[in-house]
Structure formats: C-alpha cells, structure tokens
Design a protein around this ligand. Structure first.
Ligand code: NAD
Ligand code: MG
Length: 387
C-alpha cells in the first residue's frame, strides 16, 4: 500500500497553485495528485495534470471543457467542468487540499474539503473573511485541520503557543506597504493597474497585488488572523516592514516577542503547510542577514490607506460586515483592473457598500452567499459614482 499523501490543488494554475505544483513535483515519493482545479487556463492545467499524473482535472468555466477534454485525450485523466464539478473535486479523497482559488469563489470547494475532515492548506483568505465563524465551526465539527499558507499567518502559526493562548498579549502582522508605501494621495489617484500590480517584494496574482497596493490585503489578513488564532481585533497590530523579511510576530506577557523570518518566497509557507507536521525542503533563496543589513519598521498611514480602518470596523461589527466588505472589494478591484474606476475609488466603493447594505447575522453558508451577492450588486451599481 502506498503511504504517499494524496493531494488536491484548488486553483492550481495561479501563483500559489503553480508554486504548490512545483513543490509536489519535487517529491513524488511523498505525494500523489488526486485532482487539479482551475478557472479556465486549459493549457497550464492539462500540462500540470499530465506531469503530475493527476486522476482528475477540472475547469470551473464550462466553455473550456472541450479544450480540456481534447488536451487530456488518451491520458486516462478524467476531465470535468462547472461549479458543481469544482466542489466534487474537493470532495474526492485527498488527505491534503490546497485552497488557492482567489476570492469568495473558493468558499464552497474549501468548505467541501473541510467537511470531509481533510488537512487544508488555506491560501484563499477571502473564505475566512466572508465566513470565518461558520468555517471555523465546520473545521471543529469535522476535525479538519486548517493550516495557514498566507506568509504572515504561517509565521504566526509557527511561533504561536496554542496552549498559552491567554498568555499572548498580541499578534503583530507585518505589511510590506506595497508599491505606494511612500507615495502621496495625488500620485495614488492616477495610478494604472500595471503600477498597482508591480509589487516590490512578492510576485502574486493580480487581485492580491492590487489588495497589497491598497492595503486591503492587510485588512483581510487582520480578519483572517482573528478567526485562525481566536484573537480579538484590539490584540492584532499591524506594522509596515518594507523588506518583508520578518513575516509576523507574537508577543507574550513576559515581554518575549517571537517571530518567523525568511526570504519573501511563498514556497516556504506552502512547504510548511504541505509537509506539516514535518518540514520539507523548499528551494526558496536563503536569508542572508548581513547582506540585507537593515530592517525597518513604520506605522501604517490611516489617511492614505483607509482599508485598515474599514477592515477593523467590519471585524468589530461582526455578522455580515466582513462578507460585504470582501464582496465590495472584489467588485472594485475587478473594475480598477478593467480601468473603469481609479485606484482611490476602490476604498470609496467598499465604504459606500458597507454603509449601504443592510447588516445582519450570518447563520449559514447560504446566508453568506446571499449577502455576498447583495453586496456585489450594490457595489456594481455605484461604480463610477464614488467621487
Ligand atoms: P491567482 O489569480 O494567481 O490564481 C487564482 C487561481 O484560482 C487560478 O488557478 C484560477 O484559475 C483559479 N480560479 C479563479 N476563479 C475560480 C473559480 N471560480 N473556480 C475555480 N478556480 C478559480 O491568485 P493567487 O495569487 O495564486 O492567490 C490565490 C489565493 O491565495 C488568494 O486568495 C490570495 O489572496 C491568496 N494568497 C496569495 C499569495 C500569493 O503570493 N500569490 C499569498 C498569500 C495569499
Ligand atoms: Mg500575506
């Protein structure tokens, strides 16, 4: 019998997905691939499926199905398409699932993996932002294990003494500050999508790159950290650290502050989650502190980055507020990437949507999806009317 760990990768063609494929491919002795899921990039998906000898490859976009079928002809690899097939892929018996679909679109398949008690590497932070409480309850109920892949949360996880929870004074998330850290609002008003996705330290998908530029990414991560580590909003600090070497910190009541460091390369936190509870090798550049020489820190600017205030307010409000914030941000980022609104309009759309959509409690995933839909419709209706 094979002792290899069965792996499914949701969002395998994206930035996190490709890095995960890279790590899995290096260790055929440890991993076998059950399913790979992507939105529509058939060329990359089919190549990954062949290379890793996956059992199943799925595209969410049904119009891409004929091309996928053709690309996999004669391989014995099953092909499927559509939103239902994405969830079914997550339901297949893999021990470990990488949740790396971008946005709330990843919620249903991630939940499907959680509900069968899988070990889930969670990159898809939007899941926890829009349905954190419900998701954590499902994790507990089905004895699933959620391993953070976000570099900050991986760092915290690695130094967080869970049995000393009440001895933790605060957790400190580091933020690179993004490409506009040192720019003024006048400059930010007119930036293009190309400028916004050009991150100084990390190479990532378009949506999270824009989120990093607006610092909504750090706002989403604040909410993510709250759910993962059961820490109240006022015990989560954010500090800007432009070198992205210290990935986050945990401060204890005795004055000790523990941190995890490394080069800004997502293969390290992905490898941590993939190998857990063991450590596996990752080909990330090694940290050379003498060459880096200087690590700097500064407080985030609440005026240029209202995203942090909006995320804190949503977290304090509870209920549907974070789901609405997330949905509005997804709509606004897509409109910005499409050049339909300016960069500073993103936060304006989010703020107006959070104010305009009725607040409620979320008692089921259907509630989350309904609020998500309502917030998307509201945000779409005010695009271009924010200034
Ligand atoms: P990306 O845009 O590069 O990739 C997204 C993946 O999701 C692609 O494979 C795409 O095909 C797939 N996808 C999109 N919509 C889908 C749908 N409806 N159904 C099925 N698949 C769909 O994004 P990314 O940068 O890899 O980020 C993925 C997630 O990981 C995001 O939630 C992001 O916030 C998080 N994350 C990314 C990084 C990073 O370094 N890239 C770091 C931390 C967290
Ligand atoms: Mg992060």
């Amino acid at each position: 019998m094979s002792a290899r760990r069965g792996v499914t990768i949701l969002g395998s063609t994206g930035s996190i997905g490709c890095n995960t494929v890279d790590l899995v491919e290096r260790r055929p002795d440890l991993y076998r691939v059950e399913a790979l899921v992507a939105n529509s990039r058939v060329d990359i998906l089919a190549e990954q499926a062949r290379k890793l000898e996956a059992k199943l490859a799925v595209v969410a976009d049904e119009s891409a199905y004929p091309a996928l079928k053709e690309a996999l002809a004669g391989t014995g690899i099953e092909a499927a398409a559509g939103a239902r097939a994405v969830v079914e892929a997550a339901e297949r018996p893999a021990d470990w699932v990488m949740a790396a679909i971008v946005g709330a679109a990843g919620l249903a398949p991630t939940l499907a993996a959680v509900r069968r008690g899988a070990v889930v590497g969670l990159a898809n932070k939007e899941c926890l932002v829009c349905a954190g409480q419900l998701m954590m309850a499902e994790v507990q109920k089905h004895k699933s294990t959620l391993l953070p892949v976000d570099s900050e949360h991986s760092a915290i996880f690695q130094v967080f003494e869970f049995d000393q929870h009440d001895r933790i004074e605060k957790i400190i998330l580091t933020a690179s500050g993004g490409p506009f850290r040192a720019k003024d609002r006048d400059f930010m008003k007119d930036v293009t999508p190309e400028q916004a996705v050009a991150h100084p330290n990390w190479s990532m998908g378009a949506k999270i790159s824009v989120d990093s530029a607006s610092m909504f990414n750090k706002g989403l991560e604040l909410i993510e950290a709250h759910h993962l580590f059961d820490m109240p909003e006022d015990k989560i600090d954010i500090v800007v650290h432009p070198q992205s070497v210290i990935h986050s910190l945990v401060a204890y009541v005795d004055g000790s502050v523990l941190a995890q460091l490394g080069s800004p390369d997502m293969r390290t936190p992905i490898a941590y989650a993939l190998g857990w509870p063991n450590r596996i090798e990752a080909p990330a550049p090694r940290l050379d502190l003498a060459t880096i020489a200087t690590l700097t820190f500064e407080a985030p600017d609440p005026v240029r980055f209202p995203s942090l205030r909006l995320a804190r307010e949503a977290l304090r409000a509870g209920g549907s507020a974070a789901a609405v914030l997330n949905a509005a941000n997804e709509v606004a980022v897509a409109a910005f990437l499409d050049r339909r609104i300016g960069f500073l309009d993103i936060a304006a759309v989010v703020e107006r949507t959070v104010e305009g959509v009725n607040h409620c409690e979320l008692t089921s995933i259907d509630d989350v999806l309904a609020k998500d839909g309502e917030a998307r419709r509201f945000a779409s209706s005010i695009l271009g009317r924010t200034s």
